[in-house]
Design a protein around this ligand. Structure first.
Ligand code: NAD
Length: 544
């Protein structure tokens, strides 16, 4: 039934529950956490809507209590990758032919399922498997997932509404076809919402998807897959394929039907997969669309006119929430020399007071880092800074892996503005500060702009309007998401479309129409209502 011009309900951002003591949502969440802890899950692959068990499994552990096993997941290999491609291509024609509003409805229903029926489940699964606090899980696995699922259909309608002009006697139409082939979505561990967005955004636009979740997030990501199915996603539209990225990618990227790559993760992995795609280029039916959001080395720049209290709050939240494991997390800090003592004293006092521990204890502000490899890398950075002779660890710095992968929120003060912890992405709770000479602001802006290869997020803390303006201009290419008097994390769908350029990605802005445009291939259709019946033009009718 399509005799109507349908409109997607105007989305509003999902309200964030606060989980304060005594609240009903807190009681429900605690109950769900305990239920999951008792219930060891056996997580299959899902190919063509069917559960597939390879019997090659890996355990799922809590990062903040690594002896606690939440279950196991089955590992896909090359054979399963081939099965997933086939299942996707088998589902393609019917899914692409489904009216767009019916496709949208699947995802709108999934959003509603999370908002009400599975809110506690999504929060609890993300807390346990990725070591997020209740608040960090809520803004990610519930609110941002829902926002992607409600805003993207709304953007889809706006894209489909874009139609060309017409001259007399003709009708021009633009149709937005899905890509010819399938899309490969590879997702990171750190945001359940990114794991939701990367496969669903192309699927919404009529594509079929092979989805490889991150090994450390299979648990929460599987919950997403199950609820898409409950919401009515037809078999094969999204195929869930946990396993080795290398093995799966070798099969997927050599398929002639590979048509798009939707990636979020580290710069290094993205570059290597882009190279692999380039070397296979002759094999593909189409030029694949490549969208990647990658690493960051995000800054907070404190202007001499900044206010103390809100700057300290922006630094603590921006650098240390979710243990600094956000691509947008502040990891380099610039403090003006004229006010360095008051900022450093206040920061050391606040950072030293941050409560850390298991996320099941709701008093904690930070949990553990994701796994042993991350723990070793991050602690290595702290240790090298400590012994470098050019830096001091002035808050935190302790690493303890006896029960979980715990690293204290750490502040390094360096004399070298290009020391490795000012340049490299560390992806942990480590912030490096440099005191700049505020007699020469232009030199300071140049330093911020040129220190790291990334360009993801940055914050300017200032009250002087002239200098805010000057900093915005000077740093316009240093970040894809710039903040004034706010932390550089926490972008909200529909309000701060997210993504960065330089080594941080293709800047296709997740959570906006710009991203969805990458998953369609427009076709222009011209119909002539009065076709000419002679091929001769009037100028040819005589020669005088
Ligand atoms: P990662 O690069 O280690 O892994 C990302 C995904 O790639 C995972 O699914 C992983 O299994 C897969 N993968 C790894 N090696 C592979 C290979 N050789 N072939 C195919 N797939 C492979 O990243 P991560 O640790 O999951 O996430 C952290 C990184 O993601 C950080 O660099 C962070 O900045 C970045 N990130 C960026 C954004 C953004 O929007 N810019 C958002 C979140 C995370």
């Amino acid at each position: 039934m399509n005799n109507g011009i349908f409109h997607i309900p105007r989305p509003v951002n999902e309200p964030v529950f606060n989980y304060a003591p005594g609240s009903p949502e807190r009681a429900a969440l605690k109950q769900e956490i305990e239920r999951l802890r008792k219930d060891r899950m056996d997580i299959p692959l899902i190919i063509g809507g069917k559960e597939v068990r390879t019997e090659k499994t890996a355990p799922i552990r809590r990062p903040d209590a690594h002896n606690e096993v939440l279950g196991v997941y089955h590992i896909a290999g090359e054979e399963e990758a081939r099965m997933a491609i086939k299942a996707a291509l088998d589902a393609k024609a019917e899914w692409a032919a489904l009216p767009w509003e019916e496709r949208a409805a699947v995802f709108l229903r999934a959003a509603e399922l999370i908002s009400v029926k599975y809110r506690a489940l999504m929060d609890a699964a993300t807390m346990l498997c990725q070591s997020k606090t209740a608040h960090q899980a809520e803004i990610d696995a519930v609110c941002e997932v829902i926002d992607f699922l409600r805003f993207n259909p709304w953007y889809m309608e706006q894209i489909y509404n874009q139609q060309p002009d017409n001259a007399k006697g003709e009708w021009n139409r633009s149709a937005y076809r899905p890509l010819e082939g399938f899309v490969y979505a590879v997702t990171p561990f750190n945001f359940t919402s990114i794991a939701a967005n990367l496969p669903t955004a192309p699927a919404m636009m009529g594509n079929v998807v092979v989805w490889k979740p991150a090994s450390n997030a299979v648990y929460s990501n599987y919950m997403l897959m199950k609820l898409y199915m409950e919401a009515g996603l037809p078999p094969g539209v999204i195929n869930f394929l946990p396993g080795s990225g290398g093995a799966i990618s070798n099969v997927v990227l050599s398929s002639p039907d590979f048509a798009g790559f939707h990636f979020t993760g580290s710069t290094e992995v993205f570059r290597s997969l882009w190279k692999q795609i380039s070397s296979n280029l002759e094999q593909y039916y189409v030029y694949p669309r490549i969208v990647g959001e990658t690493g960051g080395k995000d800054f907070i720049f404190i202007d001499p006119s900044a206010e103390l209290a809100n700057t300290v709050t922006a630094v603590v939240r921006g650098a240390f929430e979710y243990q600094g494991q956000k691509c947008s997390a502040a990891s380099r800090l610039y403090i003006p020399a004229s006010r360095s003592k008051e900022f450093i004293d206040a920061l050391v006092a606040e950072i030293s007071a941050i409560p850390m521990g298991e996320i099941t204890d709701f008093r904690n502000f930070v949990g553990a880092v994701i796994d042993e490899a991350a723990f070793n890398t991050i602690c290595g950075y702290i240790e090298r800074a400590r012994t470098s002779g050019e830096a001091k660890v002035i808050a935190g710095g302790a690493c303890d892996k006896s029960r979980g992968w715990f690293i204290e929120p750490t502040l390094i003060l360096t004399e070298n503005p290009r020391s490795e912890s000012m340049v490299n992405e560390i992806f942990g709770p480590v912030l490096t500060a440099y005191v700049y000479d505020d007699h020469d602001m232009e030199a300071a802006y140049r330093l911020v702009d040129s220190t790291s290869p990334y360009g993801l997020t940055g914050a300017i803390m200032a009250t002087d309007r002239q200098r805010i303006n000057r900093a915005l201009l000077a740093l316009q290419n240093a970040a894809g998401n710039l903040y004034i008097n706010d932390k550089p994390t926490g972008a909200v769908v529909g309000r701060q479309p997210f993504g960065g350029a330089r080594a941080s990605g293709t800047n296709d802005k997740a959570g906006s129409y710009l991203n969805l445009l990458r998953w369609v291939s427009a076709v222009a259709i011209k119909e002539n209502f009065a076709p000419p019946s002679s091929w001769r033009y009037p100028f040819m009718l005589g020669d005088d």
